[in-house]
Design a protein around this ligand. Structure first.
Ligand code: GBH
Length: 461
């Protein structure tokens, strides 16, 4: 077997509209729920918001040039729904300036031999839809409006875009947006989360149905969803903790993956959530089951799982990075939720292949090195902890492909640029490119050079 990735392996960087674009009130764009949320007192670290961020709505050409310089094969970005249909709904006007912006971007990418991967929804719902009917809580309305939005994108870009991702991490929209309230729209409780998750699945599935019936035959692309999971490693080999790790997977990933790939919710979720978990009608289920051409995966770390605790939202499991012998799992990132543990990535890839039997597209993976926002740039560009991370994760992926036979088709590092890190504002930097937010100067960190070199050496010619 080859010791390299196949020649058609795709690597590149990922970003998201609200995190990089800025220009929030330019060319007809109206607010999204993230504009509203991030401007709320205390919602984000130091009051950060996406008003300016990396200014990529204006500097997109410079960003493409950077991608070219890095030698990537692909770029994953998301469309801001609020730019193309500012009020969001199926009877609301389409904004030509917004359509043109992404058309220009897509054309520039293709001219540079960079394959666009387009995410339809990376969390920035038009505020108009939140106000009008409660956004993701309203099944009848949101499914129709989302499908209408999807149609507009297939029509506008489908001649050039052959890789579509319906949703980015529906777990975050459901749980962080509607249960813990740390993300927009900031709702709390443990009822809405299950309705929102259900509606996200339906919106995804009906958009895929539309694409397959009306666009795929002529455009010939593929479409799927991106789910997120941190590998769930039992804290020790006790039967309770082994079972808890599976429950952790069910509550984070299985609640989306099992309906979409297998046609039912996991038993453990049904048992604990009871009638708060909506049911699919027969007709809906026929659309939901099998509604993704591939397995889109965002993953950053591994969590050690213990049974217990009374956090229903995560299936009554507890998380730690401290092993039974008191040692840490790996190198600590700037954010508390992330440590480096490449073996967990390899295990996760094997688990997904075994369980769902579809090609895997890694659509995000990355690391935030400590204190990059407060140390001088000359120091920050030598990001050794990020390089250690990428080296470990890239090699784990390589082994999953070449030794374990897992069909991984892509690897997108998060992120091309430092950018607006949601509730963490600008304190956390995930970029391989340092952004000076006062001058907008972009400076490659050593990790950018590392990834270029690694993929040049490990993809077959
Ligand atoms: C991805 O989310 C996002 O797609 C991307 O936009 C983001 O910039 C990137 O990761 C880096 O964070 O879960 O309550 O403990 C990854 C999912 C969601 C994981 C927030 C960490 C922290 C709060 N992340 N979560 S919590």
């Amino acid at each position: 077997m080859s010791t390299k990735l196949p020649s058609d392996f795709v690597w590149g960087y990922a970003t998201a509209s609200y995190q990089i674009e800025g220009s929030v009130d330019v060319d007809g764009r109206l607010p999204s729920i993230w504009d509203t949320f991030s401007h709320r007192e205390g919602a984000t670290k130091d009051g950060g918001n996406g008003d300016v961020t990396t200014d990529s709505y204006r500097r997109w050409k410079e960003d493409v040039a950077l991608l070219k310089q890095y030698g990537v094969k692909a770029y994953r970005f998301s469309v801001s729904w609020s730019r193309v249909i500012p009020l969001g709904g199926r009877d609301d006007p389409v904004n030509d300036a917004g359509i043109k912006h992404y058309r220009d971007l897509v054309e520039e990418l293709v001219r540079n031999d960079i394959t666009p991967f387009v995410t339809l929804y990376h969390w920035d719902l038009p505020q108009g839809l939140q106000d009008r009917y409660g956004g993701w809580l309203n099944k009848e309305e949101i499914v129709k409006d989302y499908v209408n939005y999807a149609r507009l994108l297939f029509e506008s870009y489908g001649d050039l875009v052959k890789n579509w991702i319906t949703h980015n991490e529906p777990w975050c929209v459901s749980v962080l947006g509607h249960a813990t309230g740390v993300f927009a729209p900031g709702h709390t409780g443990n009822t809405e989360n299950w309705i929102v998750g259900h509606n996200l699945i339906l919106a995804h599935a009906y958009a895929v149905k539309l694409y397959r019936e009306q666009y795929k035959p002529s455009q010939g692309g593929q479409i799927g969803i991106t789910l997120d999971l941190q590998w769930q490693l039992p804290w020790d080999d006790s039967p309770e903790n082994i079972e808890a790790a599976q429950r952790g997977i069910d509550f984070k990933l299985g609640r989306f993956a099992d309906p979409i790939y297998k046609g039912f919710y996991p038993d453990s979720v049904k048992e604990l959530i009871g009638d708060r978990l909506p049911e699919f009608t027969e007709e809906e289920l026929a659309v939901v089951k099998g509604s993704s051409d591939f397995f889109g995966l965002n993953t950053y770390t591994t969590q050690l799982v213990q049974d217990g605790g009374d956090n229903e939202i995560q299936g009554n499991v507890k998380y730690t990075f401290t092993r039974p012998d008191g040692t840490q799992l790996g190198t600590q990132a700037h954010v508390p939720w992330l440590q480096t543990y490449p073996e967990g990535f390899r295990s996760l890839l094997n688990y997904l292949w075994k369980t769902y039997q579809l090609p895997i597209y890694v659509t995000e993976n990355g690391f935030a090195a400590k204190y990059e926002n407060t140390r001088p740039v000359e120091e920050v560009v030598h990001d050794t902890d990020r390089i250690e991370y990428y080296e470990g994760y890239a090699n784990a992926l390589l082994r999953a492909v070449t030794e374990d036979g897992v069909p991984v088709k892509s690897y997108f590092a998060w992120s091309l640029l430092d950018n607006f890190e949601w509730a963490d504002g600008y304190d956390t930097r995930f970029g391989v490119t340092y952004v000076d937010y006062s001058s907008q100067k972009r400076t490659p960190k050593d990790s950018a050079k590392f990834l270029t070199k690694w993929f040049n050496e490990h993809i077959s010619s």
